[in-house]
Structure formats: structure tokens, C-alpha cells
Design a protein around this ligand. Sequence first.
Ligand code: AMP
Length: 451
Amino acid sequence: MREDVNEKCAVVGIFGHEEASRLAYFSLHALQHRGQEAAGISASDGEKLRIIKKRGLVMQVFDEDALSTLRGSSAIGHTRYSTAGDDSILDAQPVFARYDLGEMAIAHNGNLTNAEEVRGRLIKKGAIFQTFMDTENLIHLIAKSEEDKLTPRIIDAVQKIEGAFSLVFLSRTKMFAMRDRFGFRPLSLGRLSNGGYIVASETCAFDLVGAEFVRDIEPGELLIFKEGREPKSIKIFEPTPKHCIFEYVYFARPDSLVFGQSVYQTRKNMGKELSKIKPVDADLVVPVPDGGVPSAIGYAQESGIPYEMGIMRNHYIGRTFIEPTQEMRDLKVKMKLSPMTDIIRGKRVVVVDDSIVRGTTSRRIIRMLKEAGASEVHMRVSSPPTTDPCYYGVDTPDKDKLIAANMTQDEICEYIEADSLAFLDEDSLLRSVNTKEDNYCTACFTGNYIV
Ligand code: AMP
């Protein structure tokens, strides 16, 4: 059974606004970078939950008609990022169910590490699953719980799951938001201008809908929204923060505040640190767009080497990473990025990217820059070598496909055909995220898994 279908995604919840589904829709637009595979919204008018979900981008899934059927003052939404082969529409979210207390919908960002075990137990007791998603476990756990109200059922259910989860639940009259005890994936609370509430994976959604950032949902906290009262907070687990450092490296949008810090500033810090520890004599600093831009700016500012947009990105091509075969991925990198020949020709270029995963992108880019006439290409990566897969919701491939797990840095340098290659080290990365405490998960760079 596939374990990897509940990957890094985005969730949003709107409570207390007559255009809830529309605000959820706009928010999902802002969160589109977290998942392009499928999108969905479920809304409640107090009596009935309605849901629309489909494969495709947010803009393709919803039109005016769709949004006007999603009536009511509360809504939750989801964008999904999946790995190759998971093409079932059943795997889109939110997941909706009718059960003895009524109706509920759940949207989930993260990966449950005991999903198979829990599912096995549920199936033994007669549960029938329709999807491969971890999220369906929660539906069953809530439906089967012996508690008589939804809130204690949710509490009961989340105590049986382990791993990474930022969740939003919708019932006919309430909305719930919850983060696992480690706070792996982000989830923030904002206030809408009419006094209603928004929760979203990233604060860039707040900016779009004109909401004010209030705070992060705490690790281990359940927030309950009910009409006519302030959200009620219940601490379900003792918080032991292990935030995903890869949110800062690659995943989150630069204009978001994630784990209380600006993603843009943090990425710029990474570039500055990289320049300090891995300087190089060169004529230009060129980012790999878009991921490498903030760290390249940091690298250029710290080193004094001029920053240039030496590579153009075609924004109408989707992410290369999600394509199923290597051949397709190669082709897509070519379609997506093209060199600015006049800028590159005859120059010693430092090219900055946020990460090297399989090595395909860097190899292509360096070839492209050399073909465009660069005299030297020095690869600088603003994160440590990605040596270990993520089990908490980031879609890294298996270890055998991670170039840094299988080659030394010299071998990688040779493989990607760079004149030199350097990565940020773990200490400098932690310095860049301004933390002295050990409250980040760095398993993708260290193999130190928490659960
Ligand atoms: P690769 O060709 O596998 O080395 O891919 C590295 C590129 O993919 C970098 O430019 C990153 O910006 C980007 N990247 C890193 N991690 C991910 C991810 N989990 N999903 C999609 N793209 C990623």
C-alpha cells in the first residue's frame, strides 16, 4: 500500500464570513505552490456540508457556479501535492463523511507515520476504505469513537495518530484546527476584517484576503471555532517543537511568516551564510528561479558580487519535480528555464539554488549556462546535502534517488559538471533560521528522525 499519498499540501479554514468559500478559494490561490495536483473546498451553511474537489489547479477546479453552490459562513479547503501515480480523484481533499453525529469534512497537511498500523486495525474491525489517504483514518477514528460529542471524539482520534499533521475539520456548526505536538507543518491563525477567522498553512493567504495575522496554532493545540464566541483553545499534547526546516529552505512562499519568521529574510540569511563559508571569485551571482532568488540576493549582498537574472523562468510550466519519469523531468527543466546569453557569455558565474535533491536540475542548468558561454560555473546550494527522505510530509524521493546519499560532494560536482560545488552546513543553516534551541527537524539533512 502506498504510504506517501498524503504529501505536503496546503489547508485553509474560514469561519464567520458569509463569503466563506470564496475566501477559501482566494486563499488556496495564494497557497497553490504547496500543491498543484488537486484542490477542494467544503462549506457549511449550518445545516448541510457541501463539497467540490477535483484534479487540477485551484483556478481549474472552481468557477463562479461552483463557488455559489458552496454556501455558508464556514469553509475549509485543500490543495494537494502528490507523488507519481496517485491519480485517483478519491485522493483529493477535503475528505467528507456522514456519520452518526451528522456530517464532517477534514483537510490534512502532513504525513501520519502510523497510518498503516491504524488502518490495519480499523480494517480488521470491519472499516472499509475508499482512498489511500492517511486522512481517511481520522474519519474512521472519529466515527467509531465512543465519545458522544464531536470535540471529545476529535481529541480521542488525534491521540491515536502519530506523525505530522496540520488539520482543519468542519462540522455543520463548528470548525476545528489542530497541529501535531511537534508542529512539523505550519498553521497560522488570522482575523478577517469582519471579525471572522482564518486558519491557513501560510500567512501569504492572509495578505491576499486582507486578514491580520494573530498567531501560530501551537504544536499540540486544538482550536475550536463556534459562532458567537472567541475560539476555544485546548492543549491536547505537550508541545515539543520540531518545525520542518525544509519549509524555510524550499517549500514556503517568501512572503509568508512561517514558524514566526519571515521566509524571505531567512532565505537571504542562508545566502549570506553560504557566501561567508563558501566564497568564490566570480563575476556574477545568478539565482535558479524561483527557489534560489532570496538566497542568491543574500549571497550577492554579502560577497559584493553583482546579482543578475541570468536565467529566465517560464511561469506557464508546472513544477518539474512532480513528473513521473526522469526523461520527462529532463525535458521540463529545459522548457522551464532558459539562459540570458548576453549576460552569461564569458562570465564566471556563481549559480545559487535552494537545494539539490536528485541532481537533475543542477546538471541541466550548468550545461545550459556553459552552452550559453559561461567561462566558469560555481554551484552554491543554500542548504546541506539532502541525504535522507522525509516521512513527515515533504515529497523527497527514496534514498537511492537522493544524489547526496549516493555520491560524495566531489562526485556530485563532477556529475553536475560544475567548476566547484558547495553546500551550506547544518550549523550555518540553523544560524540562518535564528535559533539557538533545538526546535527544528533536520532529518532530511541528518537522518535524525524524531518519530
Ligand atoms: P533535483 O533535480 O531533484 O536536484 O531538484 C532540485 C530542485 O528541485 C531545486 O531547484 C529545488 O528548488 C527543487 N525542489 C527541492 N525539493 C523539492 C520538492 N520537495 N518538491 C519540488 N521541488 C523541489
